[in-house]
Design a protein around this ligand. Structure first.
Ligand SMILES: *[C@@H]1O[C@H](CO)[C@@H](O)[C@H](O)[C@H]1NC(C)=O
Ligand SMILES: *[C@@H]1O[C@H](CO)[C@@H](O)[C@H](O)[C@H]1NC(C)=O
Length: 202
């Protein structure tokens, strides 16, 4: 029984997605559980053919291996401020694209690009159409899978500027800094410390 269980967990742990990531992975963009992402510099880059965008603009996006290949890729456009975990805009693929597919992350049609087979490639180019309303500066957040256990998460493109945003920092009331959630543990710790101090004094 234990053997079956460990075999099962081994299979789940090394589970990758040769046919592309499932929608459950849209937020964390991690290709399965088990092996940890690589922490060193990624041998992959994400570049665009421009540094700024306006509503409805089409931007050319290229993912390239600076050395070696990749067999898995997952790309989304993410706002730099505000709702930073949500994929924005719409992707399009080149005619006859045989490596990539479009995914509907966050219920938005074609809001992500991913591989659809595990063929090794060195580069791919595809297109991103900006939303019809300003979403501020964005960047392309990517995952690259080199081999099953060797992958990089959170590979960032340069920033794509929204010229309608003049501030260089996020507004203080945005939820990017997790101000509400990150303060909660501090408050809890203070309460626990206060209770502890009272108890030890009694
Ligand atoms: C970037 O590529 C897109 C799609 O090919 C094109 O429409 C757009 O004009 C290009 N932008 C620049 C600044 O070259
Ligand atoms: C990009 O990949 C294609 C094959 O898909 C290859 O022919 C081409 O040489 C590659 N370009 C670069 C710059 O690596």
């Amino acid at each position: 029984m234990y053997t079956v269980l460990s075999l099962l967990s081994l299979v789940t742990m090394t589970h990758a997605f040769p046919a592309g990531p499932p929608l459950e992975r849209c937020q964390d963009m991690i290709p399965g559980h088990g092996p940890q992402p690589q922490t060193g510099a990624s041998p992959y880059t994400v570049t665009m053919n421009t540094t700024s965008y306006s509503a409805n603009d089409v931007i050319e996006v290229t993912v390239t291996a600076t050395s070696g290949n990749f067999r898995g890729v997952f790309v989304q456009a993410r706002p730099m401020c505000g709702n930073t975990n949500i994929a924005v805009g719409t992707f399009n693929l080149e005619q006859g694209e045989d490596k990539l597919q479009l995914l509907d992350c966050n219920g938005n049609t074609a809001s992500a690009v991913a591989h659809r087979n595990n063929a090794d490639v060195t580069n791919r180019t595809f297109y991103w159409r900006a939303p019809s309303q300003s979403v501020g500066h964005i960047y392309f957040r990517s995952t690259f899978v080199q081999t099953r256990p060797v992958f990089w998460v959170g590979v960032q493109s340069p920033r794509l500027q929204d010229p309608t945003v003049t501030s260089t920092t996020c507004p203080t009331n945005n939820n990017n800094g997790n101000s509400a959630t990150s303060r909660t543990p501090e408050v809890v710790t203070l309460i626990i410390m206060a209770i502890f101090l009272r108890m030890t004094r009694l």
